[in-house]
Write a protein that binds this ligand. Structure first.
Ligand code: ATP
Ligand code: MG
Length: 359
């Protein structure tokens, strides 16, 4: 098949690699310039966007910020209706969707103006996180607040665009589920993985390394099924959760939904018989999917630094993935998947490397 991906960042490239492995042809669209690119190159091919859409049998995306122009051009080749996932690009609508589907999420209130934000905070109990409704990622567009903090400075920043005020959740840990819904409505999910964030950015993922109560996996899969069926979604999707409490009494709160392949699924590139990228491409193209078999992996994000330590390049258990992006503080420029035996070994890598890998 001919596959066209909207977006040519690292997720687009990894989707491209997976589609090549499955025998497809793949082109990527730089969604800022509308240039059409081959996988692995930044030199455009001489096809217009319209011609590339005509060439494609199926169109998909690496990120959910899809412009009206791209929707209008590619709608008939997309397997998920972009109008359905639009609420997930706006935190007020995303939270409202969770409430509508009765997927538990942190208590929240919407504001449109600075004075509405002020009114909410004046009666808010406890610590809060304020999030811009649109455009936030990797902890950007977020502000923390607690009772007795001044409200006025926030009105000049957080209050300058619509957003939500959300209760700060004292979570015991953060987990995410990555899986895919296929054309026939069936579902394959990976086990819940544990994610550790630093300053709002994913620092590392522990996959198949920590004991996650079975009832949380069952809940996460049930919510995944309910949400993706509601969206009429086809492909890989991720849900990030807060875990509240421990053991048998632990419960999940939905934090965010990403209707695409996700950073917390990168471990699957070496830790599963079918990576999240292959799973997405197989879902789109109607290919067979095996039962998922998964191994312990530590995924370390590489953030802001210009290189990965030589010892990791030489480590036979480590597979570095370098995105070829200009390094800037707080920008994800690569990740390293490390095959580990157990959590102790994972902790050894975390202690040795996270400082060198994050700016
Ligand atoms: P992403 O890049 O995953 O889209 P993001 O910047 O859009 O992230 P969130 O996932 O909402 O935003 O927040 C980033 C991180 O900040 C969370 O993973 C969590 O560690 C922390 N955080 C966000 N909201 C809350 C909350 N209500 N309570 C506690 N911690 C929170
Ligand atoms: Mg998040």
């Amino acid at each position: 098949m001919n596959v066209l991906i909207l977006g040519n960042g690292q997720l687009g490239q990894m989707l491209g690699q997976a589609s090549i492995q499955l025998g497809h042809e793949c082109l990527l669209v730089n969604t800022r310039t509308n240039q059409v690119m081959p996988v692995g190159a930044h030199t455009a091919v001489s096809l217009s966007l319209e011609q590339a859409v005509a060439w494609a049998d199926v169109v998909s995306w690496e990120h959910e910020q899809i412009s009206d122009q791209h929707v209008a051009l590619a709608q008939h080749k997309l397997l998920t209706d972009p109008a359905q996932i639009k609420p997930l690009t706006h935190r007020q609508h995303e939270k409202a969707l969770c409430d509508e589907l009765t997927l538990a999420t942190s208590p929240w209130q919407a504001f449109q103006t600075a004075s509405e934000l002020e009114a909410i905070l004046q009666q808010w109990q406890g610590k809060a996180v304020i999030k811009a409704a649109e455009g936030g990622y990797d902890g950007k567009g977020q502000w923390r607040w607690q009772p007795n903090d001044p409200i006025a400075p926030l009105l000049e920043t957080a209050g300058q665009q619509p957003g939500i005020v959300e209760a700060m959740i004292p979570f015991s840990r953060e987990v995410s589920i990555v899986g895919a819904r296929h054309r026939d409505g069936s579902i394959h999910c990976y086990p819940l993985v544990e994610n550790v964030h630093t300053q709002g950015i994913l620092s590392y993922t522990l996959a198949n390394l920590t004991a996650i109560p079975a009832h949380l996996q069952a809940t996460a899969e049930a919510w995944f099924a309910k949400l993706t069926a509601h969206l009429g979604y086809v492909g890989t999707l991720a849900i990030e959760f807060f875990v509240v409490g421990e053991g048998d009494s632990a419960t999940l709160l939905v934090n965010e939904v990403a209707p695409r392949v996700h950073n917390s699924g990168h471990w699957s590139m070496i830790g599963s018989n079918c990576s999240q990228f292959s799973l997405h491409m197989r879902s789109l193209t109607g290919a067979l999917i095996p039962p998922l078999q998964n191994n312990p992996v530590l995924m370390l994000n590489v953030i802001g630094v210009v290189e990965i330590p030589a010892t990791l390049w030489r480590d036979p258990s480590a597979q570095p993935f370098w995105y070829g992006k200009e390094a800037r503080p707080g920008r994800k420029v690569g990740h390293v998947n490390v095959q580990v035996q157990d959590i102790e070994q994972a902790k050894g890598y975390i202690n040795t490397y996270t400082k060198a890998l994050h700016i």
